[in-house]
Design a protein around this ligand. Sequence first.
Ligand code: FRU
Length: 487
Amino acid sequence: MEWTKEMRYRRLEEININEMDELKKKVENSEWRQSFHIQPETGLLNDPNGFCFFNGEYHLFYQWFPLGPVHGLKYWYHTKSSDLVTWENVGVGIKPEQYYDSHGAYSGSAIEHNDTLYLMYTGNTRDENWERHPYQVVALMNKQGRMTKPQQANITEIPSGYTDHFRDPKVWKSGDLFYAIIGAQRENLTGCAVLYKSDNLLDWTFLGEMKTGLQGFGYMWECPDYFEDHDHGVFIFSPQGIEKSGDEFQNIYQSGYLVGQKLDLETKEFAHGRFHELDRGFDFYAPQTTLAHDGRRILVGWMGLPEIEYPTDQDGWAHCLTLPRELTIKNEKLIQKPVVELQKLRKSKQVVEATLTNETRKFFNGVSFELICELKECDSTQFGIEIRASDDEHTSIMYDSIEKKIILDRSQSGQPVAKKYGEQRKCTITDDQIKFHLFVDVSSVEVFINDGEEVFTSRIFPKKESDEIRLFARGGSTTFYAEKWDI
Ligand code: FRU
């Protein structure tokens, strides 16, 4: 189906119940609906927005186009949870309905102040010539969950030197002041992030550009996020326009971070180390972090990418969010672990210890499960796991001890996705001691390597019947110890 501009900018109110019911039915019948990930009831989900702990609950909104698997008029959809595991669908959080967000309530963040949640986001507009003009807007949500939007946008102009690609404010508090970091494009078409400050979250003063060591690093930085952890400053962003390099930057757009000293809010200088990709899989973009009620830093990402077609498109929906991950810093790198609360999902458990020599063997079945696989002894050149396996399909995650690399291969995963960006993702791990920790849902896999040193996140679209879980060793023997829980 061809999605015309008119179709992409239809409002939810213009849709009659029958049309929506039909779409819902189509989505419900999709064989790739997830069982424990946040996914849209219909249409397309993208960036996580407004992630916060407020009034005793976690709130997590996402970018939503309700009417089909394409990017159109974006709403904020609201979900909430008491434990980061079970999420309740609340409904539309922010509707694009004012002059300042007529073409979409784009991404943004949330912060609590005076018992109220302040949600700062980008109002996207287009004029009659389809020229874009972004506004930055602050909506308020009270403890009863009632949302109020302002009469006027809070930041109306783009500072000089930047193009209309200016969006995705992330807010934080430092001392008595609030700061916002916004993703931007300079007039010379390079990406950067700019800073604002405010004492009331409503009136904002432009401070200037954040000074990093990355001057010509892509053409646009989307979804910036800044936080501090002890003596470190961490800057997460999603740069567009980075060339592939070795095993890195293989996806259409990237998402990564810089760890450094704390951002100097006077000089705007951020002294940092090298850019690291946050995730080494095929489908990860535009993550956002928040603080948990107990002070942990938690990250959620979009398990998808812009401008890529996915097999669920034909079923009227696209994408989901990743599981929440706890972030810590070790040796100037982020360590990402699935939040401990996810253990609540564990149902029946199976355990196996086995030595495999030049063979692949099936041990379990499952399409929705958690698996932890450690190695007792190993002198094989390659070893790993096949999931969602059958005679003609499997997704494999393995370690190659000669290349010293983890390799995720989705060439046999079922329906193909974005083949032109390759079917393997690799990343070097120097430690020979390998631990795989997998969360597999109906159409996704998240693999945590060595307790969060690296993560590979990917959608996969196998047949329902492909449900075997196998272990393998090639070029020698490996003794595995594996624990698996149904979810
Ligand atoms: C990132 C992004 C943001 C924008 C939003 C629109 O995926 O392009 O920059 O605010 O999605 O849905």
